[in-house]
Design a protein around this ligand. Structure first.
Ligand code: URA
Length: 408
């Protein structure tokens, strides 16, 4: 039976609900081995899936765990998801902004994957911050302070956990149908009413072309309709890292600067305002113009930053305890000129090399290390000027400045 299912997909035929259920649940239960599931995933990657198959697979994913119900929390609950990027700490900024405007936000975030960082790892760089809240704690906290950012509970789409781990090591991560089912199942099971998805495109993202991002967007909106959820998407650039910092503590400190209004003008700040505006527009059913005004007011009045501090305190964190390594290493310009490009993927790789992420499952993350860009795209630099500072805890060999910065 399993062989027939794999063979059918290899030939590009449509699998029935029963066939998908048999093989995916068989894998979750341990009856289908890794090699057969890997083979099916690769066939899906190559031949794609029909809309019906994608809807069926999303349902199978959702049904593998609990569906959270926050209907007793008053207000329209708006969630947000990013397909993953380098320096993407937007959740740390936008969730407090949105919550400060009276919209309940329950954000269940993930850990880093490959070169991309995860919000949960970033939050764990705040000493004491709890990322393992129970369903009851989540429910109580959102009623009390309108905001929760925690890890995904083990009962939330367990199918995604096992399939994602296998995709990660079988070069099947970038399949659009698999991304759509993975993300949408988790978002629907998390109990939000409306969901904003930030689809990243570029060399530091899962998707490399705008065309693919548009396909994913269309699919997610269709899946949302099946579950009566309003889905909006934003397609954003991931050829360039977001903001100045990549690395856990550094990114939290950068997010704090944006919340305090200290940092006002770069691609990260711009994206935060865009995403927050969209979420507020969804949550309060108001125009973008009105929503944008509210977002600006939330930051300018200090309310957003206060909400962030309230969140950290409530989840046991000590914001004053965030540490970055005091050992630094500068990358300097080898010629004068204007910075044309900063390669997101190369910055992600460097940050991983410094220890800010995991290369192997057993690695321990060093929260204090990372990359801080001193110059951004469009700026003029003189030969010898510091382009980036690396916060390090180990000896660094052969960092190629040219691979990261294109100066012309
Ligand atoms: N993020 C997810 O949660 N799942 C994917 O498949 C890709 C990005």
């Amino acid at each position: 039976m399993i062989l027939e299912i794999i063979n059918k997909k290899r030939l590009g035929e449509e699998l029935s609900y029963e066939e998908l259920d048999t093989i995916f649940n068989g894998y979750l239960n341990g009856d289908v081995p890794d090699y057969q599931m890997s083979s099916l995933l690769m066939a899906i990657c190559i031949n794609g899936m029909t809309d019906k198959e994608i809807f069926d697979l999303t349902k199978i994913f959702i049904d593998s765990g609990d569906v959270l119900d926050f209907s007793d929390v008053p207000g329209v609950k708006v969630d947000k998801h990013s397909t993953g990027g380098i320096g993407d700490k937007t959740t740390l900024v936008i969730a407090p902004i949105v919550a400060s405007l009276g919209i309940p936000v329950i954000k269940m975030s993930g850990r880093g994957l490959g070169y991309t960082g995860g919000t949960i790892d970033k939050l764990e760089s705040i000493p004491g911050y709890r990322v393992d809240l129970t369903d009851e704690e989540i429910s109580k906290q959102v009623k009390d302070i309108n905001l929760v950012i925690t890890g995904q509970t083990s009962s939330l789409v367990p199918m995604d956990k096992v399939i994602y781990a296998l995709r990660d090591v079988t070069a099947t991560v970038s399949s659009i149908p698999l991304i759509a089912s993975s993300i949408m199942s988790k978002k629907i099971a998390s109990g939000a009413d409306k969901i904003l998805i930030d689809i990243k495109v570029g060399n530091g993202a899962l998707l490399q072309t705008r065309e693919d991002a548009e396909k994913l967007s269309e699919l997610m909106i269709k899946i949302g309709k099946e579950y009566q959820r309003e889905i909006r998407t934003i397609i954003s650039d991931m050829d360039t890292p977001l903001g100045k910092c990549v690395g856990n503590s550094l990114e939290v400190l950068e997010a704090i600067d944006v919340l305090k209004g200290v940092e006002k003008n770069n691609n990260f700040v711009k994206l935060c305002y865009e995403l927050a505006t969209e979420m507020v527009s969804m949550g309060l059913s108001i125009s973008h113009e009105e929503a944008y005004q509210k977002v600006v007011e939330s930051v300018d009045s200090g309310l957003a930053y206060q909400k962030f501090l309230e969140l950290v305190k409530r989840q046991n964190g000590d914001v004053n305890g965030i540490k970055v390594s005091d050992k630094t290493y500068n990358l300097c310009a080898q010629s004068s000129g204007t910075i044309k490009k900063i390669n997101a993927l190369e910055v992600g790789k460097l940050s991983l090399l410094l220890g800010a992420g995991k290369e192997n499952i057993d690695d321990i993350i060093d929260y204090t290390v990372g990359v801080k860009l001193n110059k951004l795209v469009g700026e003029f630099v003189e030969k010898g000027e510091v382009l980036a500072t690396l916060y390090v805890n180990k000896d660094i060999l052969n960092v190629s400045v040219d691979r990261i910065f294109t100066i012309d």
